[in-house]
Design a binder for this molecule. Sequence first.
Ligand code: ADP
Ligand code: ADP
Length: 232
Amino acid sequence: MIELKNIHKSYASRDKVVEALAGVSLDIAQGEIFGIIGRSGAGKSTLIRMLNLLERPTSGSVLLHGQDITKISEAALRTLRHKIGMVFQHFNLLTSRTVLQNVAFPLRLAGMDKQARTERALALLELVGLQDHAYKYPRQLSGGQQQRVGIARALANEPELLLCDEATSALDPETTQSILNLVLDINRRFGITVVLITHSMDVIRSVCDRVAIIDNGRIAESGEVVEVFLHP
Ligand code: ADP
Ligand code: ADP
């Protein structure tokens, strides 16, 4: 579904050039849960910005359903981005809006009328188990509940790909497991491809089909989770 071919990404940082990605190739299949694990500074965030089409690589190609998206216009990229849902470590909810408004926000940006987006946002809140919290504000919810709102919002535009960026890193182990179960449930029910970026081996073991270990801007190892973690 999404394929990275020999991606290099460099940043000019003061007087030197930092190579954040140094020849990364990855092939993420439709419908799988793919984990990317690595230490701080390994290049995970940079890799995410390649996958969510927010930045272009310095060299190499990003193929989405076989189409090289490094060559297409900004306008075309913006449309493709609607098909990618993002879930963040610190939830990134709008604090002065209700839970319902947060979930409806991407629908509003997409131009859906008010009644339709309210109905859809309520259905999404039901999906994540928060239908009774629609008119609360994010600060009235627990961290796990706020992340459920984040997931509902990420699903608003029916994405093909759900990108979870350290989505459970701010949560306790029990809440982490319930969020991972929700992600797994969404993956199985809707066939949405999931890419899960984390620094936690437990997260990878718990839900991922395949994993890539990123180290110093390179893929150190990748494959089925059972295989990669059987041979340390
Ligand atoms: P991770 O998310 O795994 O912590 P990053 O992708 O953020 O890693 O960073 C990888 C390397 O690239 C680091 O050395 C970081 O300092 C550098 N880097 C990332 N983004 C930028 C940027 N916008 N400008 C300069 N250097 C960057
Ligand atoms: P219903 O609307 O009959 O309850 P579902 O239980 O299948 O339907 O879906 C629950 C919610 O999930 C609805 O808001 C629905 O629009 C949404 N949904 C269904 N399919 C997808 C999908 N592929 N991606 C994202 N959200 C979806």
